[in-house]
Design a protein. Structure first.
Length: 239
C-alpha cells in the first residue's frame, strides 16, 4: 500500500508502480480530501486509518511519502499485526514540542483559509514553490502539477486541518514500538528530512536509512525506478 503526500493523489505513485511491473500488487488510494476522495468527510486521523484498514490486505507492506509517511507511521503503530514492513519517504513523526505544534496548527489554519479562497491552479502553483520542493526537474514539476489539479481547494484545506503536522500528535516517543522492519528513504538534497531520517532510524528497533543521490524531498517522483527497486528489495525479504 502506497500513501501519497499532501496535495497529491494515488496517481503520483504511477511511475513507481509501473517500474514494479507485475511483480507485486500495488494499492495507492486517494486519501480523504484528495482526488477522488476529496469530498469524503470527516477528514480525521481516525477516519483515514479506518479507510486504510478496510482497503489493505490482511498482511501488507506499507509505504508513505511526506504526509503519507506520517499517516503510515500512525497506521503501523495501530495495526502492528498487519503491517509487515514499513517504508518511509521524506517523512517525519511530527513535532515533539507542544508549543511548536500549536503554533504550526495556527499557521496551517491560516494556510487552509488561503487555500479555500484560491482556484486549484493557484494552489498547485503555490505548493510547487514550497522550499522543500525546490530543484525538481521540469518533467517532475509538470507531472506533480497535473496530479494536484485532480483535487479541490476545499478538500485540500480540510485535509490540512485534519491531517497536517500541527493537527496530529507527535510519534517521536513511540518509534521504539515499531515491531516491523523500517526503511527510511530520503533524498540527498533534502537536508532537513535527511537529518530527521537519521534520527528516526536511530530510534526505531529495526531500521535502515537510504539516502538517494541527487534527489530532493519527493524521491519517488524524482527517482521512481530507484524507489521501485528499494521496495522490491524490501518486499523480497521474508519474516
Amino acid at each position: 500500500m502506497l500513501l501519497h503526500g499532501f496535495t497529491h493523489t494515488g496517481h503520483s505513485w504511477d511511475p513507481v508502480t509501473a517500474a514494479l511491473g507485475e511483480r507485486y500488487r500495488a494499492i495507492a488510494p486517494d486519501i480523504r480530501g484528495h482526488g477522488s476522495a476529496g469530498a469524503r468527510r470527516p477528514i480525521t486521523l481516525e477516519a483515514v486509518l479506518g479507510d486504510l484498514a478496510d482497503a489493505a490486505p490482511r498482511r501488507f507492506t506499507l509505504c508513505g511519502y511526506s504526509m503519507g509517511g506520517r499517516l503510515a507511521l500512525h497506521a503501523a503503530l495501530r495495526m502492528p499485526e498487519r503491517v509487515q514492513r514499513l517504508v518511509l519517504i521524506g517523512a517525519s513523526p511530527g513535532i515533539a514540542d507542544p508549543r511548536r505544534r500549536r503554533a504550526r496548527a495556527r499557521a496551517d489554519e491560516r494556510l487552509a483559509g488561503e487555500i479555500e479562497a484560491a482556484p486549484i491552479a493557484a494552489v498547485a502553483e503555490r505548493w510547487a514553490a514550497t522550499p522543500v520542493l525546490a530543484g525538481q526537474p521540469r518533467p517532475v514539476r509538470e507531472a506533480a502539477r497535473r496530479d494536484r489539479l485532480r483535487s479541490t481547494p476545499a478538500g485540500l484545506a480540510q485535509a490540512l486541518r485534519g491531517l497536517g503536522t500541527g493537527a496530529l500528535p507527535s510519534l517521536w516517543g513511540r518509534l521504539g514500538e515499531l515491531a516491523m522492519p523500517v526503511l527510511v528513504v530520503v533524498g540527498e538534497r533534502d537536508v532537513k528530512f535527511a537529518d530527521i531520517g537519521r534520527r528516526m532510524a536511530a530510534q526505531a528497533r529495526d531500521a535502515r536509512l537510504v539516502i538517494v543521490p541527487g534527489a530532493g524531498h519527493a524521491v519517488h517522483l524524482e527517482a521512481p525506478g530507484q524507489v521501485a527497486e528499494l521496495l522490491a528489495g524490501v518486499l523480497s525479504t521474508t519474516r
